[in-house]
Design a protein around this ligand. Structure first.
Ligand SMILES: [Zn+2]
Length: 261
């Protein structure tokens, strides 16, 4: 399946953090605009708990609640600028303000506030396509939000949406790909410009982030396993993600880029 075959009339993108939307979907968003479709992006968290990037960028060790709030505000502004680069109006962005790095804990404790909110947004927007994070991702927030998003799609009164998923940290498996979006050189350049708006994230991992502006975006099927992952599974995934990111950051300080995707 290619972008042409996807139902692009109303596309709802669920982004755990500001930047996941463009990293995984900037090509899809450009195809949607070109097809005359509408886009809504739900930013679940503000990415305010992104401590090491903030410490390096601001050259300080200790971060208080006010510092994190300010970082979250910065990341919201970057997300809005990034969408504008794609020609998407600010009004398409909805910031849900759930706590960064706490979503997995919410899932495990049985909290359902995020699931309810996502279902409300689906009822309101009536998407033809829902693009959600995947439980195959290594980041615990992405895994947890995948569970909440799929449950919300089942709970929503609006049932006419195709659900696809995306993986940013790790691999979704080439045999599982359901749809590919192929970007033209111009679309790749626009995606690169959109990612570059996330200055706070480029400081430590610039080359890795910009490498996401590749020729293809891959989307995976709706997920049927909605069981809550164990704490050990989430921890193991998180360790693999942190090690891969660390290796990539060290490489980017040393010399030529090699993609970690
Ligand atoms: Zn993320």
């Amino acid at each position: 399946m290619t972008a042409i075959d996807l139902p692009l009339q109303r596309v709802l993108i669920i982004a755990p953090h500001p930047d996941d939307d463009v990293i995984a979907n900037a090509g899809l968003m450009q195809k949607t605009r070109a097809a005359g479709g509408q886009i809504r992006v739900l930013f679940v968290t503000d990415g305010e708990n992104n401590g090491w990037a903030q410490r390096f960028m601001e050259r300080r060790i200790f971060l208080g609640a006010g510092d994190r709030r300010r970082w979250g505000d910065l990341r919201r502004r970057e997300a809005e600028e990034s969408l504008i680069r794609l020609g998407i109006p600010q009004s398409s962005a909805v910031f849900l303000g759930f706590p960064d790095r706490k979503i997995a804990a919410q899932l495990m404790s049985g909290e359902t506030a995020l699931q309810t909110r996502l279902a409300q947004e689906m009822d309101r927007f009536r998407p033809t396509l829902v693009v959600a994070p995947s439980r195959f991702d290594l980041h615990p927030d992405h895994v947890a939000i995948s569970c909440f998003a799929h449950r919300a799609a089942a709970e929503s009164a609006w049932r006419d949406a195709l659900v696809v998923t995306y993986v940013i940290h790790g691999s979704g498996g080439s045999s599982r790909i359901q749809a590919e979006v192929h970007l033209s050189p111009c679309e790749q350049e626009t995606k690169r410009a959109a990612i570059a708006c996330h200055v706070s994230q480029l400081f430590l991992s610039g080359r890795r982030f910009l490498s996401y502006a590749s020729e293809t975006e891959c989307f995976y099927p709706e997920e049927t396993d909605l069981a809550v992952p164990s704490r050990a599974q989430l921890r193991a995934g998180w360790r693999r993600h942190v090690l891969a990111a660390l290796r990539s950051t060290i490489r980017s300080f040393r010399g030529p880029q090699r993609s970690v995707r």
